[in-house]
Design a protein around this ligand. Structure first.
Ligand SMILES: NC(=O)c1ccc[n+]([C@@H]2O[C@H](COP(=O)([O-])OP(=O)(O)OC[C@H]3O[C@@H](n4cnc5c(N)ncnc54)[C@H](OP(=O)(O)O)[C@@H]3O)[C@@H](O)[C@H]2O)c1
Length: 249
């Protein structure tokens, strides 16, 4: 990657302790970014990742921060700015699913997913965009899902949250393009992480049948696209949603 394209090269990744977020943090750190990442409960895994990356010479930090907490997002982005430098890349990755058919879906399952996936993305965009606008430089990559594009049964909450983030991405991209900011989304299909590990075999088989590539993707395949969107090769790309799904959507 060409490191002269984005200044400053400080990235903030939400939900970096596991899965796709962890792969993004690792890839960015190996490419020379200073990386701050958040987690909800995985303190040990996060500290271990920080130690591993620091051993390899990377500049990074991990902070416990629930993405649903608006004030915490503001406070953390200021802290990161004074510690590592102003955030030049935000990756809104933290997300959850609470799958249930609509007729059995609790209000709690609806609210938690909307507040985390959509609310969390708003909170972190709101925290970093003003400073990016002032500096006339910045990139945001939102991690959505194929479910937010085509809809999947049992996921009205999840699908609505991700479709919401797609709307946020397109709208914000138009708002801030003239300030030199780029806002894009990646839409993974079926990726091997904890989120998909507990899927019943039958459901997994059914989903694989809908994927032309007939296989699951890896977290690092998503991370590579995030890195591309963050870099100069994507300098004229904004407001886009890029599926990474083996042809599923
Ligand atoms: N895996 C897939 O097939 C797939 C497909 C499409 C889209 N996605 C999207 O990709 C993103 C990452 O998914 P994944 O599969 O890597 O999930 P994962 O392995 O379950 O990891 C989720 C990450 O989000 C963090 N997180 C969850 N709730 C949080 C909260 N309230 N505040 C802060 N951090 C929180 C977790 O932190 P802790 O470790 O502390 O809990 C963890 O780091 C999500 O947005 C997901 O919707 C995944």
């Amino acid at each position: 990657m060409n490191h002269e394209d984005i200044s400053p090269r400080v990235a903030l990744v939400t939900g970096g302790s596991r899965g796709i977020g962890r792969a993004v943090v690792t890839r960015l750190a190996h490419s020379g970014w200073s990386v701050a990442f958040t987690y909800a409960g995985s303190k040990e895994a996060s500290q271990q990742l920080v130690s591993e990356l620091r051993e390899k010479g990377a500049n990074c930090r991990a902070d416990q921060a629930d993405v649903r907490d608006f004030e915490r997002a503001q406070q953390l982005s200021e802290e990161i700015s004074s510690d590592l430098g102003p955030v030049g890349l935000l990756v809104n990755n933290a997300g959850i699913k609470r799958d249930q058919a609509l007729f059995g879906m609790t209000l709690k399952a609806w609210q938690e997913v909307i507040d985390t996936n959509l609310g969390g993305t708003f909170n972190y965009c709101r925290a970093v965009v003003p400073s990016m606008m002032k500096r006339r430089s910045g990139v945001i990559v939102n991690v959505v899902s194929v479910s937010g594009i085509v809809g999947l049964p049992g996921q009205v909450n999840y699908s609505a949250s991700k479709a919401g983030v797609i709307g946020l991405t397109r709208s914000l991209a138009r708002e801030v393009a003239r300030f030199g900011l780029r806002i894009n989304a990646v839409a993974p299909g079926l990726i091997e992480t904890d989120m998909t590990r507990d899927m019943p075999e039958k459901a997994l088989k059914r989903l694989l049948e809908q994927i032309p590539a007939r296989s699951m993707g890896t977290a690092d395949q998503v991370a590579q696209v995030v890195e591309f969107l963050a870099g100069d090769g994507a300098a004229y790309i904004t407001g886009q949603v890029l599926p990474i799904d083996g042809g599923m959507a």
